[in-house]
Design a protein around this ligand. Structure first.
Ligand SMILES: [Zn+2]
Length: 303
């Protein structure tokens, strides 16, 4: 009986609409884009922390640990009032606990040669996730819990998967799934977008600027409770979703290239724990690491 209950709970958790950031798919796509834009030195540094794991494969880790580490919940978003500008003392749900501050905090840990390797690996995983989250427009507004409280229909259906649709969940997952692209196809699609729109000229900025930008986009994408998000809404907003994921990938790569990519191996190695050899091995060829080619639950699913 207990086993059955646990199984039911696990299924529930697996299909529960993501209300805390792009869904797994979005985060994996962002990780994929970022990897394509990493410098060689940055790749070596990342490998020394994550082994052969790809950025896309650890990109949702911060959501996976959210339930067992409730103190991290408020780190995924920032509650900027609609039409306002980021103010840390007002917009962070708990003191020092919002996505803007956490990206900066974990960047300090990641580049701290006196921090332990485990701490730095964890900091990297949080950064990869939070740079994604901060580019999801509804993660930057406090209104109706970032749109979680706005019930909608998506393409005529009030069910998104097994649950009632809400605006936040549609942005996290439904719009992305409706493309029916797998992770690799989506990555290629965004690379073409980056080229055609010259998005790499916009790869800079600070977490605070990214949050303000997201807030503005959320305002434009906002709908009233009970709205039907039709094909027109999808066609308009998918362009924004794609652009935000592409920018998140580019900015994540630049953040890492400009930080750990500029460190010397000696500085990096000094952070390693005593039982780990200090020498950093060269990065393996791209085809040797990882093999997952499609997104969990993505396939040709549409709803
Ligand atoms: Zn998140």
């Amino acid at each position: 009986m207990l086993k059955k209950l646990v199984a039911v709970l696990l299924v529930f958790l697996a299909v529960c609409p993501a209300s805390f950031g792009w869904g797994h798919e979005g985060h994996q796509i962002i990780g994929t884009v970022a990897e394509d834009h990493l410098d060689e030195t940055t790749k070596v540094m990342i490998q020394s922390l994550l082994g052969n794991s790809h950025l896309y494969s650890i990109a949702s880790w911060a959501d996976d640990v959210r339930r067992e580490r409730p103190d991290t919940k408020a780190w995924h978003y920032v509650d900027i009032p609609m039409g306002g500008k980021y103010d840390a003392s007002r917009d962070c749900a708990l003191p020092d606990s919002c996505v803007v501050l956490k990206i900066n905090d974990f960047l300090k840990v990641l580049t701290d040669k006196n921090a332990k390797r485990d701490q730095r690996a964890e900091a990297l995983k949080f950064i990869v996730h939070f740079v994604g989250d901060i580019h999801q427009p509804l993660h930057a507004v406090g209104e109706a819990k970032g749109g979680n409280g706005v019930r909608v229909r998506f393409l005529g259906d009030d069910r998104c998967g097994r649950y009632e649709c809400n605006l936040h969940g549609v942005w996290d997952t439904s719009i992305i799934l409706h493309t029916a692209l797998n992770r690799q196809e989506y990555g290629q699609h965004l690379e073409e977008l980056i080229r055609s729109q010259k998005l790499d000229s916009e790869d800079g900025g600070t977490p605070e600027q990214w949050a303000n930008e997201s807030q503005r986009l959320a305002r434009a994408a906002w709908v009233q409770d009970g709205a039907n998000l039709d094909e027109n809404y999808y066609q308009k907003e998918i362009k924004l979703v794609d652009r935000q994921m592409a920018l998140a990938g580019l900015r994540l790569a630049k953040l890492l290239n400009d930080s750990i990519g500029k460190m010397t191996p000696r500085d990096f190695a000094s952070a390693r724990q005593p039982n780990v050899p200090a020498q950093i091995s060269p990065a393996p060829p791209a085809q040797a690491v990882g093999e997952a080619s499609s997104l969990i639950g993505m396939g040709n699913r549409r709803f």
